[in-house]
Design a protein around this ligand. Structure first.
Ligand code: SAH
Length: 326
């Protein structure tokens, strides 16, 4: 729900200031409508239902994978596409993948969102409403900004949403912002009080190759980005998680693993190798190639894990559902 509109509507109705907190507390605990908020006067509930849409997003499509993953496609009030995913793990973890923008201006060549037209930054309420949608299904405890968009290009709204996520059940330590390496944003997150985790999409240790698959590398060169990550680590004393999407014959060779290990201080960085969800332009590395790459990193003293793939049968990678509908 648009929390600013809520605040104004309550003020116009002459309601005491605690009402906004009361409504938010219900929403954050997964209430399904204003009518469920039983400690609010009935007349006020009806007034809110008329004046403030319960969500800033309408659900346009939802896909359920065999592994329990749920992927939702929403539309904003002005018709922009937004995707979010609920990932369910065997250990009980419930992790949300949230979008910060509709579309993305950064054109990474392997990413379905990068191939879409950029729409706009999402508001803090539109970000929170993705989380509330899933909270109405069940309790949730982790969030990653790995959906559509570059969160560091919309950091005011992303951080405003993060500030409220603990009410929904997701602490800052269980929240991660993933970036292409947007240096001003990394520095700001390092200064931010909230202990939010930082993940860096690296994908190639070699500068020319990185620029080829992530054009933003020309604007923020990798060496400067890594220096910003080291500053983040010094300020926060928290590891930086490196994402490396495994593209067959592109960035998965032995020498490329060695070069990656040379670049990263194991006291600062942990690597997460990501099996590619094919979206057309590349082939993903197979499990053996990924495992061999991981072994090389480990031999070089770098901690490396392979990401568990979720929702492959429902096109759950970034931008895939919206692209399929376009
Ligand atoms: N713009 C931010 C966050 C969104 S993308 C960033 O780039 O970090 C989140 C992650 O998903 C990134 O690491 C991105 O490289 C990865 N990704 C995008 N498309 C993918 C695909 N088809 N398969 C696997 N990972 C993908």
């Amino acid at each position: 729900m648009d929390l600013e509109l809520l605040r104004r509507t309550l003020a116009d109705a002459g309601e005491p200031t605690f009402r906004a907190r009361q409504v938010w507390a219900w929403a954050a605990r997964g209430a399904g409508s204003y009518h469920a908020m039983t400690d609010l006067p009935a007349a006020l509930r009806a007034r809110l239902a008329d004046a403030v849409a319960f969500s800033t997003l309408t659900l346009a499509d939802e896909a359920h994978a065999k592994d329990g993953t749920v992927k939702s496609l929403f539309h904003t009030a002005d018709g922009r596409a937004v995707e979010a995913v609920l990932m369910r793990y065997r250990d009980g973890r419930r992790s949300l993948c949230l979008s910060s923008q509709s579309g993305c201006p950064l054109t990474c060549t392997f990413c379905a969102t990068g191939a879409m037209k950029f729409g706009r930054n999402l508001t803090a309420s539109e970000i929170l409403d993705q989380a509330l949608h899933f909270r109405r299904i069940e309790e949730v405890d982790h969030a990653v900004f790995m959906g559509m968009g570059e969160p560091m290009m919309n950091l005011d709204n992303v951080l405003a949403a993060c500030a409220r996520l603990p009410d929904v059940g997701i602490t800052h330590r269980r929240t991660a912002i993933s970036t292409v390496g947007w240096i001003p944003g990394i520095d700001r997150l390092a200064r931010c009080e909230m202990p939010i985790r930082l993940a860096l999409s690296l994908h190639a240790a070699d500068t020319a190759l990185r620029s080829q698959i992530m054009p933003v590398n020309d604007r923020y060169p990798l060496a400067d980005v890594l220096a910003a990550c080291v500053r983040f680590h010094e300020a926060k004393r928290r590891p930086v998680f490196v994402e490396y999407v495994m593209l067959a014959g592109v960035n998965d060779r032995y020498e490329q693993a060695v070069a990656l290990a040379e670049l990263l201080d194991p006291k600062v960085f942990k690597v997460n190798l990501i099996p590619y969800n094919p979206t057309g332009s590349y082939d993903g590395s197979g499990p053996d190639a990924i495992d061999a790459f991981r072994a090389v990193l480990e031999e070089q003293g770098l901690r490396a894990t392979v990401r568990l793939t979720r929702g492959r049968d429902i096109a759950a990678a970034c931008g895939q559902l919206a692209a399929a509908r376009a």
